[in-house]
Design a protein around this ligand. Structure first.
Ligand code: ADP
Ligand code: MG
Length: 164
């Protein structure tokens, strides 16, 4: 069984993101997959909040990567690969591959487009629209650090009870 969560509104998705953000450590990468409107930016906004970032977080679709300084001193890189034409090559050209190996944490929207640049250990979250207000989030930890991150989530997230 896939470790799955359903959120019922934007606030729940953001709160889940904040729970993840609080647990994230330098080197952690969240790879977000899902159509437009699935809630990737909403989840990222929560991650930023959990990392103590007060600045507004918007989708970096036109700038590709936004950088924020977390309350803990390391950067959060928020990348959006939607507009990359030859995604992996262009991401490499703008140095995204280096950022993913940097001392910061990273959240990548449309991560499947730069699959080959993702570090071996990353947490993939696939978001799907169920209806107007419900979103399904499937967690797939790739590597031990990502599995630990999921296991550390607070008890109200039932995925902690699912075998990873
Ligand atoms: P993406 O970055 O995947 O394109 P956004 O986070 O920018 O998606 O937008 C998600 C949209 O879906 C927003 O308009 C938000 O209000 C709406 N929405 C409705 N229900 C939810 C939910 N449960 N979680 C997140 N967003 C939701
Ligand atoms: Mg987005």
């Amino acid at each position: 069984m896939q470790p799955t969560l359903i959120t019922h509104n934007e606030t729940e998705t953001e709160t889940l993101g904040a729970a993840l953000g609080q647990l994230m450590q330098p080197g952690d990468v969240l790879a977000l997959v899902g159509d437009l409107g699935a809630g990737k930016t909403c989840l990222t906004r929560g991650v930023a909040r959990g990392l103590g970032i007060d600045e507004p977080v918007t989708s970096p679709t036109f700038i590709l990567v936004a950088e924020y300084t977390t309350a803990r001193g390391f950067p959060l890189y928020h990348a959006d690969c939607y507009r990359l034409e030859r995604a992996a090559a262009e991401a490499q050209a703008i140095g995204l591959d280096d950022l993913l190996l940097d001392d910061g944490v990273a959240v990548v929207e449309w991560a499947e487009r730069i699959e080959s640049l993702l570090p071996a250990d990353h947490l993939r979250i696939t978001l799907a629209v169920l209806d107007d207000t419900r979103r399904q989030l499937i967690f797939e930890p790739h590597g031990p650090r990502a599995a630990q991150l999921v296991q550390q989530l607070p008890g109200e997230y039932s995925i902690v009870n699912v075998q990873l």
